[in-house]
Design a protein around this ligand. Structure first.
Ligand code: GLU
Length: 501
């Protein structure tokens, strides 16, 4: 492109995969893309990358929409709002990917490979045994037409792979890091089209970014190692590269990659626990490090508290967030800081708005309407409602061991079983029958009588030994908060047990 060519209008996207609860990382990258587009008069696209059918969760897409709307990060084009480059859901674009794969097969940039799952497994095992990094060994890169005919006649499954050059390297520019180079020795012949006819992330992502005229790919740094494959694909198609911006990953306090074991990561959890969207956005804006901190002079002359430099609204971010300031040190998702910020925002609300915030979340009609029938037959005066249902309205309940350790068990055994319950509930849809079946099964597997099994869960959820019906309560309380309560229970009880030793 010459200097005189007009720059194409800015178009950015987020491309979440509907594999579960909407993640704080999606909101973080969403915010950055939103700011980038809005600051430059560009378009912000939402694309749903749902080609991994094994990990697909059906209501996840709607939860992504709801969570982004909660945060006020409006997209210009997407599956629900349409736009000139649709469809915006990858499962509706499979023909597009197949025709693009055909182009690569014809031009020799891709090839079909016919190994069975067992053969690939054996390949991987022998490489690991030889202390080599596991990767495809290239055996089918140059199959003859007759060999292909034989494999086809055998009815072998075929995948299409990218033919990564054997020698040399691929370089690209990351806008935050400068040049990044990968030797082709370290780039696998990536599968582009799976044997079920669905594309892999790499193929679909590149084809769509090109067809949707994305100018800037702003995503998390975990995708850097995939980028050489993407660059090779752009080159194979003869397409111009977008700019790449790889944002520093959110981290737990201990600097490991953010994970649900150490922090709630579901946006649903934050919404249902009474975090304000403004506070969450502000907090995520801090993570990028793109906002200038107040200068020494401002701190002195305006008398501002250093922490107040951390408080800014979305309009202020639109005005001042500077992508050049983004620092690559891993931003820490510090819940204590988020709570502090949320408290600042709550205190700043006019009383009527504070009241409305309560009525919209923890005391919403909907929530109360679902709780009421659980206690109607169990109370004698309406005032007993509070005592019977307090756990629905608390941030935390922490039962003493007497309330949850069965007579025949130790505290350690009980906590180990609670951890099993947690893993199970993470994987179980929150319906009465499915929860009941799953809990019964784990009771049989681990030889925990139903009574002890439910008593433990009741204590974790309610803090007490008696409660309204347990599974119904769990469902009304909600999956995101319930799983967080279980994780906090296990962590805290382990910590307490260690200090008692
Ligand atoms: N589908 C990928 C994800 O779930 C998108 C990554 C990208 O932005 O390229 O994060």
């Amino acid at each position: 492109m010459s200097e005189l060519d007009p720059q194409p209008p800015i178009r950015v996207r987020i491309a979440p995969s509907p594999t579960g609860d909407p993640h704080v990382g999606t909101a973080y990258i969403g915010l950055l893309n939103f700011l980038y587009a809005r600051q430059r008069g560009g378009k912000f696209v939402l694309r749903i990358e749902d080609t991994d059918r094994a990990r697909f969760v059906s209501d996840s897409e709607q939860m992504i929409f709801d969570a982004l709307r909660w945060l006020d990060l409006a997209w210009d084009e997407g599956p629900d709002v349409g736009g000139p480059f649709g469809p915006y859901r990858q499962s509706e674009r499979t023909e597009i990917y197949r025709s693009h794969v055909d182009l690569l097969l014809v031009s020799g940039h891709a090839y079909r490979s016919f190994e069975t799952a067992e053969e690939l497994d054996a390949m991987r095992k022998s490489q690991i045994a030889a202390k080599l990094p596991p990767r495809y060994n290239g055996a089918h890169r140059e199959l003859s037409a007759s060999q292909i005919a034989v494999y086809e006649a055998e009815g072998r499954p075929a995948v299409v792979r990218l033919k990564v050059p054997v020698e040399g390297e691929t370089a690209f520019r990351d806008e935050l890091r400068g040049a990044i180079t990968f030797s082709h020795n370290n780039v696998d012949d990536q599968v582009l089209l799976k044997s079920d006819g669905f594309p892999t992330y790499h193929l679909a992502n590149v084809v769509d970014d090109h067809l949707m005229q994305i100018t800037d790919v702003i995503r998390a740094e975990e995708w850097i190692s995939s980028t050489p494959k993407h660059v090779l694909l752009y080159k194979a198609f003869g397409w111009e590269l977008p700019r790449f911006w790889h944002m520093p990953l959110l981290r737990n306090i201990d600097k490991s990659k953010i994970s649900k074991r150490k922090n709630p990561v579901s946006l649903i959890y934050y919404r249902e626990s009474g975090f304000l969207p403004q506070a969450m956005l502000n907090f995520l804006g801090l993570m990028g490090g793109g906002m200038a901190q107040p200068t020494e002079e401002e701190i002195v002359s305006k008398g501002i508290n250093i922490k107040q430099g951390d408080i800014f609204s979305l309009p202020e971010m639109l005005e001042k967030f500077d992508f050049k300031r983004i620092s690559l040190g891993g931003p820490v998702f510090d819940l204590t800081k988020l709570k502090w910020l949320n408290g600042e925002y709550l205190r700043a609300l006019p009383p009527e708005q504070f009241f409305q915030a309560l009525r919209a979340t923890i005391f919403s009609d909907d929530y109360l309407r679902r709780i009421a029938p659980l206690v109607q037959t169990r109370i004698e005066t309406l005032a007993q409602f509070g005592e019977m249902t307090d756990f629905f309205f608390k941030d935390d309940v922490m039962p003493a061991p007497e309330a949850f350790v069965p007579k025949a068990r130790t505290l350690e055994e009980t906590l180990a079983f609670a951890a099993e319950q947690l893993v199970l509930l993470e994987a179980t849809p929150f319906t009465h029958d499915e929860l009941e079946a799953a809990l019964k099964q784990i009771g049989v597997d681990k030889q925990w009588p139903v009574k002890d099994n439910f008593m433990l869960l009741r204590a974790i959820l309610t803090g007490k030994t008696a409660s309204p019906p347990l599974l119904e309560s769990l469902i009304v309380f909600g999956r995101a908060r319930a799983l967080d309560r279980m994780r906090r229970f296990i962590d805290t009880q382990k910590r307490l047990a260690a200090t008692r030793k």
